[in-house]
Design a protein around this ligand. Structure first.
Ligand code: PMP
Length: 284
């Protein structure tokens, strides 16, 4: 069966799905996106993803393509037409199609909306989480508003490629000596007291929905969370490190730039957090 995508009002096979060459997403990266999961047929953390979508639209003065109820219907239909029970849903909104000009197109130009879905397995990251992953450090060369989830991901792609070439899973992005986040996930360490430490929200990180849910899980487990910047040196000396994202959940980091973290095996705090997070996701 060919995969089905939603493109501006139509459900089409992915091989036939097209966007206009003057789409502003294509020409200016003038678009935003969300990636979320459907677990056992139910949306997971959808409120958070839709709230962040609205925030991204607002920050860029971009029109919403449709309201939340309609978006949910389209997402569900894409998942249904692809016959998926557990799915990774990708949703992208751009400022639409207009003759190339940096300034915004005329008011009323309809935004473009693309939604795709592919198979997702709740347990797919378990093997990686069991072994732990290695990361490299990489300069954070991104722009000043990475809190907006735009499709302008070239610096992120370059960082991920550098990680991949080094045989690593992710890159810890470093600005002024501090780890901001990763190329497609949020970065965390565990301090000597067992508390979780992660960069505070603001313009220099993307406020991850998984980050938010992980904080709620930590509260449930009575693990303290401190939102403050931490340095790369501190991370390398930390008892544990891990990363979070909608697709990798909570994934332990066991080496940074070849330096072993803690025992070099996933630590107990990250393990507990991952279990708690997965249990929450399975409950829906
Ligand atoms: N930071 C960046 C740069 C990301 O691309 C992502 C994933 N989209 C995250 C953090 C994690 O966000 P979430 O937990 O919402 O997937």
């Amino acid at each position: 069966m060919s995969r089905i995508a939603y493109v501006n009002g139509q459900y089409v096979p992915v091989s036939k799905a097209m966007v206009h060459i003057e789409d502003r997403g294509y020409q200016f990266a003038d678009g935003i996106y969300e990636v979320c999961t459907v677990v056992n047929g139910r949306y997971w953390d959808m409120e958070g993803h839709l709230a962040r979508l609205d925030r991204s639209l607002r920050e860029l003065q971009m029109d919403a393509p449709m309201d939340h109820a309609a978006l949910r219907v389209v997402m569900k239909e894409v998942v249904r037409r692809n016959r998926l029970k557990n799915a990774l849903v990708y949703m992208q909104v751009t400022r639409g199609v207009a003759p190339r000009n940096h300034a915004f197109p005329p008011e009323g130009t309809p935004p473009s909306l693309v939604i795709t879905a592919r198979r997702f397995n709740l347990n797919r990251g378990d093997a990686l989480a069991e072994s732990g992953v290695s990361v490299i450090s990489h300069p954070d060369i991104r722009w000043g508003r990475v809190d907006i989830k735009t499709v302008g991901l070239l610096p992120n792609a370059l960082a991920k490629q550098a990680a991949s070439e080094a045989g690593a899973y992710e890159a810890f992005l470093v600005r002024d000596g501090y780890v901001t986040e990763c190329s497609s996930s949020n970065a965390w360490i565990v301090d000597e007291s067992g508390a979780l430490v992660t960069h505070p929200k603001g313009n220099t990180i993307l406020g991850g929905i998984t980050r938010q849910t992980a904080i709620a899980c930590a509260e449930e487990l009575q693990i303290k969370v401190i939102e403050r910047p931490f340095t790369l040196e501190e991370a390398k000396a930390a008892p544990e490190a891990f990363l979070t994202s909608a697709t990798s959940f909570v994934t332990p980091v066991t080496a940074i730039d070849g330096v072993r973290i803690g025992s070099g095996k996933p630590g107990p705090v990250a393990r507990r957090l991952r279990e708690a997070y997965k249990a929450r996701a399975a409950r829906g």
